[in-house]
Write a protein that binds this ligand. Structure first.
Ligand code: UT7
Length: 325
């Protein structure tokens, strides 16, 4: 059986930078509060006419170039997003058409901040069972459209961006072990209440600002640390590795304090933890993909390294995987 290996990665960040200082002029906040409580210094915001597929497409092109394969050789496109261009068709279908990836099947995955890890694990299943050879996995978000820019509790945290990976069948080891978990009973801690079949868009939902992201940050914080610690331990055990075998840990980038607390609970040395939250904030489905791309391109991850990807987010949904790079 062939293993599923990432053979190319890519990213795209919108050009516009929104700094903490800019936010000071918009809501009652401070650079000091945001920096010390979250580790975020700035984030990217897409243009009004830039949709999630525009970000995802650019990350995908970057990943295809890195993998040195053509769009026509892609068998399946999975886009992880909670900010799709439209309810349907899928954002993957829109990207497929623009890439000219004519033979690719397409669907999206909605697993919020765990979206990229969930999509990677999904790609692995199709590759290891022999159904597909090359899968394009994209994590892309335009979260700025789902943010209430008058709510200081949430507007300082999120950003837009996209990352992508080409996953292919390989004789060399790639994804070594995986784990996925969830708890739907806590779904109300982080959600966009309206816009779906429960509360379709109406004048009332708009007046009540129900199309914006709502989060009980404090509760989510504690659950994130526990779940990501547990998920990382589970995948290490499955791969018959221990904490000292990890060369690089990339968790979902939601809050530097969550990332460091998870690292501390795991007992991993802080220099093995990759973080770029200072530059981009929380980009949900895109965050781990962008971080992985930057860790590889800056040589923080080298061929043969053991990398753990560890995610947590709305759903609640969480998951992890061990990769031999
Ligand atoms: O991506 C999926 C998962 N998402 C996460 O993992 C996010 C998890 N949560 C967090 O990262 C943190 O809980 C936050 C960053 C959201 C908040 O940090 P916290 O240390 O948990 O603060 P808090 O919610 O306990 O709020 C402390 C205070 C409050 O004031 P009072 O009630 O103590 O007077 C807030 O009103 O900080 C206030 N506050 C702010 N102050 C200045 C909240 N947001 C801001 C702000 N600027 N932007």
């Amino acid at each position: 059986m062939k293993s599923a290996k990432i053979i190319g990665i890519g990213k795209y960040l919108p050009k516009r930078v929104l700094t903490n200082r800019d936010l000071e002029k918009m809501v009652n906040t401070s650079d000091e509060w945001i920096t010390t409580r979250t580790g975020i210094k700035e984030r990217r915001v897409a243009d009004k006419n830039e949709a999630t597929s525009d970000l995802g497409l650019k990350a995908a092109l970057d990943a295809l170039k890195d993998a040195k394969i053509k769009a026509r050789d892609i068998d399946l496109i999975i886009t992880a997003t909670i900010t799709p261009d439209t309810q349907f068709p899928s954002t993957s279908s829109i990207i497929q058409s623009r890439l000219g990836a004519k033979k690719a099947a397409c669907f999206d995955i909605s697993a919020a901040c765990s979206g990229f890890v969930y999509s990677l694990i999904t790609a692995q299943q199709f590759i290891e069972n022999g159904a597909f050879k090359n899968v394009l996995v994209i994590g892309a978000e335009k979260l700025s459209m789902a943010i209430d820019w008058t709510d200081r509790n949430t507007c300082v945290l999120f950003g837009d961006g996209a990352g992508a990976a080409v996953v292919s069948g390989s004789k060399k080891p790639g994804i070594l072990s995986t784990y996925m978990g969830g708890d739907g009973s806590l779904g109300n801690l982080l959600m966009v209440p309206a816009g779906g079949s429960r509360l379709p868009a109406s004048h009332e939902t708009i007046d009540k600002k129900l199309h914006y992201l709502k989060m009980q940050g404090n509760e989510i914080f504690k659950l994130a640390v526990t779940a990501m610690t547990d998920a990382a331990k589970k995948v290490l055990l499955k791969a018959k590795l221990n904490i000292n075998d990890i060369d690089c840990l990339i968790t979902h980038q939601a809050n530097a304090r969550i990332i460091l607390a998870t690292g501390k609970k795991l007992g991993i040395s802080p220099d093995k933890i990759f973080m770029n939250i200072n530059k981009y904030g929380n980009t949900s489905s895109a965050s781990i993909a962008i971080a992985l791309c930057e860790a590889v391109r800056s040589k923080r991850i080298k061929r043969g390294d053991i990398v753990v990807l560890d995610a947590f987010g709305a759903g609640l949904a969480w998951g992890a995987c061990v990769i031999k790079w």
